[in-house]
Design a binder for this molecule. Structure first.
Ligand code: IVH
Length: 685
């Protein structure tokens, strides 16, 4: 039998060690021991606590698994009210905010602001007594929230005991509980596999997961947390600025936004807004704007509050990405490869900064799963560059035939068995989600899409050949294949609706100009299934000329980097078909050409093969697209954020947090000249 003091000490050591590994794993994203070793220590502590229940403490990592279910959440009144923020949507409102701040401080000089993302989750208050997490609550109405302590304890990234020093004996930390996008996708996949309902978005999933009376359920949900401020006890912490406060929170073990910064004046705020808007889709979690706070805490106090919001802070919000509207009809669109996509025609609605009239329903199974019907009120979403989609229906707003609400007015959606554009049969492979029209290029819809793809900027780049014109050309029987474009004359075109002499001349000139291209663009323009821009470029680089590609068998095709069996079969199937070979020949006949590779010329050296680079700031002469293209041509990848896996960070003027991150992770930093030097190394080999 070990002496009691040794057992007590061992338990304390295990708790501290496990907490350290937890922090490394969940907050710093830098695992410090193998999972199996963590499990071993965890089980050792569990066994000790089992044998000696008096050793069990509130901050023990073993307490993260959840506790017995509650009947209801106790109400908890906040010692200091949890307020909300005023919103700004336009730059002018941000200017006005900055002006109000300077007026309030009676200063003519510029003001520094601490800025960070506005997390799209739910606000939480956490109370620590003598460094131990004792209580946590939701915001509720701001004055009183729901106590969800056992649930919060299950969040691995939340310290149960504060690290470091400098915290007052009673401390309240505020922040946001949320779910990372990748965790949300995984959770939903699991929900569906188990036959449970999927969540509409990460925010709802986070709220639903935190508000479980059975915290053992919460423990199985991948929740995260970011701290953004202090409540009670704030004045006892020795920091002078908001920025220092966030650093202090990080030192105590809390996750804080890596994208936080301190900027100067209204111009600094707007630059930051633009940077984060550009980064938004690549952030691992959802945000709905950015938050600006006067950096100096004494100034925050001077400015104070007006009604329920601080005068020293404001939320600059992105336009809402989700809105409610009504489905007027469901059409089917036929794509370039025959894919039949159901599309909801919507009552026009303003969302994500534009007016939407259509939203994709993806495929037959998705419509069934969401059970979208004509007349339904739906949540639509338009996020960044993503295609607008119907997220879910609002079930209790469905139009019903009878007052009891048993018989819906409209039947469930069914995909037509016959292509509405050409009458060909619709087929769907056994394991495929997508049904396709079997009409091929005989189907006018597929032909139109193929022509639009051929003319696209990244393909043959024929300016002025848009969908209205393609509709007319195909419907009038003037164009059947891309090769027919090169026979169009000003006279023929000028005869079309809404086409003047001048536009006709411009279009003929653009078609003429497109004859000089590159092999990569040409291959991409053919619209071969599974062959995107990058694969087309790789094929061009590898084969050098079209005849070599036409002659390649499956094995030869798979010798190209990144071409696997699926892509090889797509290529072979396309290139073997006589009508496709005829079109390729006719295009060359019409004068489409590209520079031939110099005899015996080596392939471009892949000096950056397998390496990931990050660009930040403004380079003196290279535009960002150009730098990216050069890196990719040398086999490298360009990523949006810096990690330990980043090979180089290329930094220009006004490089921000990415440069800081590079320094922190000791990632080598290059300027433009350094990048060019690196790329040139390959040219000598
Ligand atoms: S500071 C006085 N910072 O936005 C309130 N709030 O409209 C100070 N939120 O309920 C809040 N991210 O939950 C602050 N970086 C951030 C935030 C943030 C999200 C939420 C917060 C609050 C709401 C205010």
């Amino acid at each position: 039998m070990q002496p009691a003091s040794e057992v007590v000490q061992r338990a304390a050591d295990l708790r501290a060690e496990l907490a350290r590994h937890n922090h490394a794993y969940y907050v710093l994203d830098a695992p410090s021991i193998p999972d199996a070793e963590y499990d071993r220590l965890f089980r050792e502590l569990q066994a000790l606590e089992n044998d000696f229940p008096c050793l069990l403490t509130a901050d023990s990592p073993t307490q993260r698994v959840g506790a017995a279910p509650l009947k209801a959440f106790p109400a908890l009144s906040h010692g200091q009210a949890m307020l909300s923020l005023n919103n700004a949507f336009a730059a002018s409102e941000v200017d006005a905010f900055d002006q109000r701040v300077r007026d309030g401080l009676d200063t003519l000089s510029t003001v520094d602001y601490a800025v960070e993302p506005k997390f799209d989750g739910l606000a939480i208050s956490l109370t620590y007594e003598d460094g131990i997490f004792v209580r946590g609550a939701t915001r509720g109405d701001g004055a009183t929230g729901e106590e969800v302590t056992p649930n919060l304890r299950t969040l691995r990234c939340l310290p149960l005991r504060l690290q470091g020093s400098g915290w007052p004996s009673r401390l309240e930390v505020r922040g946001e509980v949320l779910m990372f996008k990748a965790d949300f996708e995984r959770l939903n996949a699991r929900q569906r596999a188990q036959g449970d309902k999927a969540f509409v978005n990460p925010r709802n999933a986070a709220a639903g997961s935190l508000r479980q009376l059975d915290s053992r359920i919460t423990a199985r949900r991948p929740l995260s947390f970011f701290a953004y401020g202090l409540g009670l006890g704030a004045t006892a912490v020795d920091v002078r600025t908001q920025g220092e406060m966030l650093d202090r929170l990080a030192s105590w073990g809390f996750p804080v936004a890596a994208e936080r910064r301190v900027v100067t004046g209204a111009a600094g705020l707007l630059d930051y807004f633009a940077d984060i808007a550009a980064l938004r889709s690549r952030l691992p979690y959802d945000i709905d704007g950015v938050v600006y706070k006067v950096n100096r805490l004494d100034w925050q106090e001077t400015l104070g509050f007006v009604s329920r919001a601080p005068r020293f802070a404001i939320a600059h919000k992105f336009p809402a990405e989700e809105a409610l509207t009504v489905v007027l009809g469901i059409d089917v669109q036929v794509g370039r490869t025959g894919a039949m996509t159901p599309v909801a025609r919507l009552q026009p609605v303003f969302v994500g900064g534009v007016t939407l009239t259509n939203a994709t329903l993806h495929n037959e199974d998705e419509v069934r799963r969401k059970d979208v019907r004509v007349g339904d009120t739906v949540i639509v979403r338009r996020a960044g560059d993503v295609i607008p989609e119907v997220v879910a229906i609002v079930a209790d707003k469905r139009p019903m035939r009878d007052l009891l609400g048993c018989e819906p007015v409209h039947d469930p959606f069914e995909l037509p068995k016959i292509c509405p554009e050409c009458g060909a049969t619709v087929t769907r492979g056994e394991d495929e989600a997508i049904a396709r029209c079997s009409g091929g290029l005989f189907c006018p819809a597929q032909r139109k899409q193929a022509l639009l793809h051929f003319a696209a900027r990244r393909a043959m780049d024929i300016e002025g050949l848009g969908d209205k014109l393609v509709d007319q050309l195909v419907d009038a029987g003037l164009v059947h294949t891309p090769a027919d474009l090169y026979a169009l004359t000003v006279d023929t075109l000028a005869g079309l609706e809404r086409m003047g002499e001048k536009s006709a001349q411009n279009l003929v000139a653009a078609i003429e100009q497109s004859k000089t291209t590159t092999l990569g663009r040409f291959i991409f323009a053919l619209g071969i299934r599974n062959v995107g821009e990058a694969t087309a470029r790789d094929l061009a680089k590898h084969f050098g000329q079209i005849d070599a590609l036409l002659a390649a068998d499956l094995e030869a095709l798979q010798a190209v980097p990144d071409v696997g069996p699926v892509v090889a079969v797509s290529l072979r199937t396309f290139l073997q078909q006589t009508h496709n070979r005829d079109v390729i020949a006719a295009l060359q006949q019409a004068g489409v050409h590209w520079p031939a590779p110099a005899p015996g010329a080596p392939l471009p050296a892949q000096v950056l093969a397998g390496l990931t680079l990050v660009l930040t700031g403004t380079l003196p002469s290279l535009k960002r697209d150009a730098a990216k293209a050069m890196i990719e041509a040398a086999g490298g990848k360009v990523a949006g954020s810096v990690s330990k896996k980043t090979a180089y960070v290329v930094a220009g003027e006004e490089a921000g947090s990415k440069l800081e991150k590079a320094m922190e992770l000791k990632v080598p930093v290059l300027d433009e000249a350094g990048l060019i030097e690196l790329l040139q190394q390959g040219e000598n080999t």
